[in-house]
Design a binder for this molecule. Structure first.
Ligand SMILES: Cc1ncc(COP(=O)(O)O)c(C=O)c1O
Length: 439
């Protein structure tokens, strides 16, 4: 439903405002209308039959498709240069549905250790119950050695392009080559980067997932997720039979059963998500939330540019502060990720950074409690600046060993830079440091 049929000549900043929507098809409404409806009348019995038989595209029930949500899907597909997209109720739904769609029925997924805490928790608590083993890669930063970690039943590699909370960057092109040499897809969580800063598909990713709750929408007022597919991956039948199994529900007008590859030759992945995971597990994005994401998307470039600018300035300020042990931000010259940032993140390496608080646990708590402008909570990518002690909150479920592997020391504090005046942000940090250190 979200085939990328947009005019390819428009640039990113035009597409984030226009792609997937023609006012003339919606009573000339300039702003995308909210189709707040659960279902859609059939014109007649023939029409109902054609929709159910997938001979005609259209809307029949909002759990599997809605015109407002569809605009978001088409727009996201254009921005990410994807063949297809599907919107869901949250980023976690996007990650879970994407990985289950690949590895359902059993197998392994090789994953980066540098991931959002909720993702790691889900790997620990959920996947083995579905027969899927998660292997944490030892060599995600040495792709030349990564091949040794791929086993015969490994079905995918999963990474974050800019990791939460430590802003680790990976060589996505090199990891994609390793995945493809072994006939498996690379799945990239591009939440922190957003399509404005990084296009995973251009770097070899096959599937891209987003928590659109974050910078993609950017106002901290919605939960949303997206899955996109490049349309280029060869889903081999021996490894991924689920795309080739013939189903009664996909039958043609003569009653012949068909497979997802036959019905959705260009977008089998998102086609299958829509008619299995979304249809049956039901994490549907509401039309109103899709509308909010579309409104947020209209200012994506300006917001993310300013966040990058503020994040860099905060990283530089913190680097020179006596109460700071270390700072992690890829664009700092002494960052181990500086070269990757220069190569792959020409518009900046994101709006989140982390630093190590130098002091006691009690001083760190006083510091956080003393902040007046920064919001103290778990979200990222908001227009407002946010701060959080990740090891004790978003990543608190991780065992000490897992935290060590993910490079998350107990004194780590994460900042998600917002759009405020940088002088006010620095003054707020400064006064909180003073209170914490009794200066
Ligand atoms: C990188 C990343 N991916 C996925 C998620 C999950 O997204 P959601 O909260 O929309 O389910 C988050 C949430 O913080 C995240 O930071």
């Amino acid at each position: 439903m979200a085939n990328n049929s947009e005019k390819k000549t428009y640039h990113f900043d035009t597409q984030r405002l226009r792609a997937g929507y023609e006012p003339k098809d919606h009573n000339y409404a300039v702003s995308v209308p909210i189709y707040q409806t659960a279902a859609y009348d059939f014109r007649d019995v023939k029409h109902a039959k054609a929709l159910f038989g997938l001979q005609e595209t259209g809307f029949l029930y909002t759990r599997i498709g809605n015109p407002t949500v569809n605009v978001l899907e088409q727009r996201a597909a254009v921005l990410d240069k994807a063949a297809g997209a599907i919107a869901l109720a949250s980023g976690m739904a996007a990650i879970s549905y994407a990985l289950l769609n690949i590895a359902e029925g059993g197998g392994r997924i090789l994953v980066s250790p540098y991931l959002y805490g909720g993702t790691i928790d889900s790997f620990k608590k959920l996947y083995h119950k579905f027969g899927i083993s998660i292997d944490y890669a030892e060599n995600i930063e040495n792709p030349e050695k990564l091949a040794d970690e791929i086993k015969p039943d490994t079905k995918a590699i999963f990474v974050e392009s800019i990791s939460n909370p430590s802003a680790v960057l990976l060589d996505i092109d090199a990891i994609a080559r390793v995945a493809h040499d072994h006939g498996i897809p690379l799945v990239v969580d591009n939440t922190v980067a957003t399509p404005y800063l990084f296009n995973p598909i251009e770097h070899g990713a096959d599937i891209v997932v987003y928590s659109a709750t974050k910078g993609f929408c950017g106002h901290g007022n919605v939960l949303a997720g997206l899955i996109l597919e490049s349309g280029k991956f060869n889903w081999r039948e021996d490894k991924f039979p689920q795309f080739y199994e013939k189903h009664y529900t996909l039958r043609d007008p003569d009653g012949n059963y068909r497979s997802f590859i036959e019905v959705f030759p260009e977008t089998p992945f998102t086609g299958r998500i829509r008619f299995t995971y979304l249809d049956f597990f039901g994490a549907v994005l509401s039309p109103f939330d899709a509308y909010l994401v579309l409104i947020g998307l209209e200012t994506l470039s300006e917001r993310v540019s300013k966040q990058v600018q503020n994040a860099k300035a905060l990283a530089e300020y913190l680097s020179n502060h006596e109460a700071v042990e270390w700072v992690r931000y890829p664009s700092l010259k002494d960052s181990p990720y500086y070269n990757l940032a220069e190569r792959d993140f020409k518009k900046g390496a994101g709006g989140i950074l982390a630093f190590g608080f130098k002091g006691t646990d009690a001083q760190r708590e006083t510091f956080l409690n003393s902040l007046e402008l920064f919001h103290y909570h778990v979200n990222i990518g908001d227009a407002r600046s946010l701060i959080v002690n990740s090891p004790q909150t978003t990543h608190s479920m991780l065992e000490p060993k897992e935290k060590e592997k993910a490079h998350i020391p107990e004194n780590l504090i994460r900042i998600s830079a917002g759009l405020e005046d940088i002088n006010d942000l620095i003054s707020d940090l400064e006064q909180a440091f003073k209170q914490a250190l009794h200066k």
